[in-house]
Write a protein that binds this ligand. Structure first.
Ligand code: PLP
Length: 429
C-alpha cells in the first residue's frame, strides 16, 4: 500500500470493532480476563491480549501499528509525550552507566536532559560538534557508548543529518542509531530505510497536526543485535517475562530476539515509569494522521515560498531553511528529503531583541505559540522559549541567538501569511 492509504487504514480492522467506521475510543482502565486460565496465560505472556491500559489499550494499539507501518518498523510503543519517547529510548539503551553520542542542535529539552539530568542516573553524553563529521563521531566512540542519537532534521535550524553514514558507522561498532524524526514526519523521511534502528516522534507535532494533543512514539526497526555484549540489560533474565514456577527463565533477547528493544520499552519503561498515551489522545492522533500527506504537501509549499520571500525582506539578515539551501546541505536534501525538509523555518533579524519582541507582538495571522506542526501558523523566539534551558554555548552552535525567530507553517493561505510577516517586520523598525 502507498503511504496515503496506510495513513488511513493500517492497523485497523472494523470486523474486530463491531464494524465501527471510525476507530473506537476504548475508555477503559482494565479488561475482563474471562477465566482463571485465560488470566494466567495473559499474565505469563503465553497469550496476547489486553488486561490493563497502562501496558496496552486497543485504541492506542491501532496508533502504534499504524505508525510502525508508516515508518517501516516491526513494532511501536506510544507514550504520553515526545519527551517521554526521547527519555525512554535513551535510558533503555544506556542504562547501567552507558553513554550516548549526540549533536547539540536538538530540541531544547532533549539537550537539557542529556546535559544536566541523565548524568544523575549515571548516563553521560558525548556531544559532537558536527554530527555529520563521521571522523569526529568515530573518535567519540568508547567501550561505554550505547547509542548515537540525532534529529533527522534539526529543530529549529532544519540542518539535515547524514542518517545512512551514521548508521553504518554505528553498526561497525555494534551500537544502534536512534533518530528523532519529528520535524520531517514519516511522510517526508523514513530513517529505517537508511539504516536507523530506533525512530522516535513527538506525535504532538505534524502527526497530530492540529495542536490538540500531546503524544510520543518509539518505533523499532527490528534489525539490531542486542546480544553483542554491550547491552547486558537485554541478555540478563527478568522475572517479569519468565515463569518462575515452571523454571522457565527468559531475557528480553531470548524471548523476543531482534524485537527485544520495543518489548523492553513496553514491559520495563511503560509498565514501571508509566507515561501512558491516553486512548482519547490516541484517537485524536489517528484522526490527524489521516490527512498527514495532504497537510505536509501544502505546508512544505508554503514554507518554501515564505523562506524565499523572507530572503528579500528588509531587516531580515539570514534565513535558515535547508529546503532552499544550495550550499553544503543540498546534497543531503536531494538524497534524503526530495519532497521537502519540513514545515518549520527560522530567520535572523537586524537590531536587538527589542525588534524581535515587536515582531512577535505585531503578527496577526501567526500565533505566538511554543509548538510546531499545527494547522495554524506559529511564531516563537527560541532563545527565550523553546531553547531557554540550553547552555548558551550550545545555543550559539545551533544558531539559536537572541535575534532568531522560528516559524511553523500551517494551512492558511500563503499570501495571508506573507502579508502578515511583511507588516509585522516593517512595523518593528
Ligand atoms: C516537541 C519536540 C519534542 C518533545 O515532544 P513533546 O511532545 O513536546 O514532549 C522532541 N523532539 C522534537 C524534535 C520536538 O520538536
Amino acid at each position: 500500500m502507498t503511504f496515503e492509504t496506510d495513513a488511513i487504514h493500517a492497523g485497523y480492522g472494523s470486523q474486530y470493532n463491531l464494524y465501527a467506521a471510525s476507530v473506537p475510543i476504548y475508555a477503559t482502565a482494565a479488561f475482563d480476563m474471562a477465566s482463571a486460565l485465560h488470566g494466567d496465560e495473559l499474565a505469563s505472556g503465553e497469550k496476547q491480549g489486553f488486561s490493563y491500559s497502562r501496558v496496552a489499550n486497543p485504541t492506542v494499539d491501532i496508533l502504534e501499528k499504524r505508525l510502525a507501518r508508516l515508518e517501516g518498523g516491526v513494532g511501536a510503543v506510544a507514550v504520553s509525550s515526545g519527551m517521554a519517547a526521547v527519555s525512554y529510548a535513551l535510558l533503555c539503551v544506556a542504562e547501567q552507566g552507558g553513554s550516548i553520542i549526540s549533536p547539540t542542535n536538538l530540541y531544547g529539552a532533549s539537550v537539557d536532559a542529556m546535559e544536566t539530568f541523565f548524568p544523575n542516573f549515571g548516563i553521560h553524553t558525548d556531544f559532537a560538534k558536527n554530527i555529520n563529521d563521521l571522523d569526529e563521531v568515530e573518535s567519540l566512540i568508547t567501550p561505554h557508548t550505547r547509542a548515537i542519537f540525532a534529529e533527522s532534521v534539526a529543530n529549529p535550524s532544519t540542518e539535515i543529518t547524514d542518517v545512512e553514514g551514521l548508521a553504518s558507522l554505528a553498526h561497525k561498532h555494534g551500537i544502534p542509531l536512534i533518530v528523532d524524526n519529528t520535524v520531517p514526519t514519516p511522510y517526508l523521511f523514513r530513517p529505517i530505510e537508511f539504516g536507523a534502528d530506533i525512530v522516535i516522534h513527538s506525535t504532538t507535532k505534524g502527526i497530530t497536526g492540529h495542536g490538540n494533543a500531546i503524544g510520543g512514539i518509539i518505533i523499532d526497526a527490528g534489525h539490531f543485535d542486542w546480544t553483542n555484549g554491550r547491552f547486558p540489560q537485554f541478555t540478563q533474565t527478568e522475572l517479569v517475562i519468565s515463569d518462575e514456577r515452571k523454571g522457565k527463565w527468559e531475557s528480553f533477547s531470548s524471548a523476543f530476539g531482534k524485537e527485544a528493544f520495543i518489548h523492553r520499552i513496553r514491559t520495563k519503561y511503560l509498565r514501571t515509569l508509566g507515561a501512558v498515551q491516553s486512548p482519547f489522545n490516541a484517537y485524536l492522533q489517528l484522526v490527524g494522521l489521516e490527512t498527514l500527506p495532504q497537510r505536509i504537501r501544502q505546508e512544505v509549499d508554503s514554507a518554501t515560498a515564505i523562506a524565499a520571500h523572507l530572503q528579500q525582506v528588509p531587516h531580515v539578515t539570514k534565513v535558515f531553511y535547508t529546503g532552499i539551501d544550495e550550499g553544503s546541505q543540498a546534497a543531503l536534501r536531494k538524497k534524503y528529503l526530495p519532497h521537502g525538509v519540513g514545515t518549520i523555518l527560522s530567520f535572523l533579524v537586524e537590531g536587538s531583541e527589542e525588534n524581535v519582541v515587536r515582531i512577535l507582538d505585531s503578527v496577526k495571522t501567526f500565533t505566538y505559540i511554543p509548538n510546531i506542526g499545527d494547522a495554524k501558523s506559529l511564531i516563537v523566539n527560541p532563545a527565550r522559549i523553546t531553547h531557554r534551558e540550553v547552555p548558551a554555548e550550545y545555543r550559539d552552535a545551533a544558531g539559536v541567538t537572541d535575534n532568531l525567530i522560528r516559524l511553523s507553517i500551517g494551512l492558511e493561505d500563503v499570501s495571508d501569511l506573507i502579508a502578515d510577516l511583511d507588516q509585522a517586520i516593517a512595523s518593528a523598525y
